[in-house]
Design a protein around this ligand. Structure first.
Ligand code: ASP
Length: 304
């Protein structure tokens, strides 16, 4: 039997609360990933290996952890005796890590991110079932690509997004819809595995990542933030536009000036679903179906 490697990065799935009834006042990233694994008897039938890559609340995710995670994931995927990798992660930035890993590695084995909305000490913790499902998913024959598996739903890494701050079923895939469902250890797959051309690990190993920020259009928005970001040395700016990527005139002017000065700009929508439908004459390039946070990761990767 081939192995599944479980890389721990922290999150609520490894969180502890003083009282079992408290699902919000807890500390994330307290329990070692090896202990999360041994607490699930149903995992005993798998050949597993656990490694702690980081121990953080994912709201604090940074580029150094991403570099280490990409390196360790690539290292284990290259092993003949490994079928796939599961990553325990916080829910807050899981979608950014998923986009990052899919674009950098586009693996031909499964890399499954999983998480929990309730700490491990909760009355009805969701983490153990999510981790069990993620391991089953990583072990499915032919499974490939970066995916997220939470609350029994499987999302492609480039579609997944957090849509709820509290509910256990906190993720969805936007207009793409889920990739499938985990049912008693089996995947009911609705569409193809995620695939793509990897940008490669070498691209992200340098430490001088470009500064890329997000500015949002909203009533009364002006260009002051864009000008401030230019002064800070931002190399890229993602505009989270209203509706179909529209921008108020002062903000658009500031972005056009930034673009003319060499700052890379991508336009997205602050709405929750869909893609930008361009008329073809847009002066600021569209990021298509990317969410603002996905576009930010994408722009950083392009600038690296
Ligand atoms: N703040 C936590 C984190 O992202 C939330 C969670 O995991 O649900 O690590």
């Amino acid at each position: 039997m081939k192995r599944i490697v479980i890389l721990g990065t922290g999150g609520t799935i490894a969180g502890q609360s003083r009282s079992a009834g408290d699902n919000v006042g807890y500390a994330a990233a307290q329990i070692a990933v090896a202990d999360l694994v041994t607490a699930i008897p149903a995992l005993s039938g798998f050949a597993l290996e656990a490694e702690q890559v980081a121990q953080i609340d994912s709201k604090d995710m940074d580029f150094a952890v991403w570099r280490r995670l990409a390196q360790r994931t690539a290292h284990h995927l290259a092993r003949d005796d490994v079928a796939g990798v599961v990553i325990t992660h916080g829910t807050d930035t899981l979608e950014e890590t998923a986009w990052f890993l899919q674009r950098v590695l586009a693996p031909d084995k499964a890399v499954v991110l999983t998480a929990a909305m309730r700490p491990a000490t909760a009355l009805a913790a969701d983490g153990p079932q999510n981790l069990l499902d993620a391991v089953h998913l990583a072990a499915q024959p032919g499974a490939r690509g970066v995916m997220a598996c939470v609350a029994g739903v499987v999302h492609a890494g480039c579609d997944v997004r957090k849509v709820h701050p509290y509910r256990v079923d906190a993720f969805d895939s936007g207009d793409a819809g889920p990739l499938g469902y985990m049912e008693e250890g089996s995947l009911r797959r609705l569409r193809d595995w995620p695939h793509g051309v990897p940008l490669g690990l070498a691209r992200v190993l340098r430490e001088d990542w470009p500064r890329v920020d997000i500015v949002m259009n909203c009533a009364g928005a002006d260009g002051a933030l864009v000008d401030a970001l230019r002064a800070l040395g931002a190399r890229g700016i993602v505009a989270a536009g209203t509706g179909n990527g529209t921008l108020g005139a002062p903000l658009e002017d500031a972005l056009l000036r930034a673009q003319a000065a060499g700052v890379a700009v991508l336009r997205t929508s602050r709405t929750a679903r869909g893609r930008l439908i361009d008329s073809g004459d847009a002066a600021l390039p569209s990021a298509g179906a990317m969410t603002p946070v996905q576009a930010r990761v994408e722009l950083m990767l392009r600038l690296l």
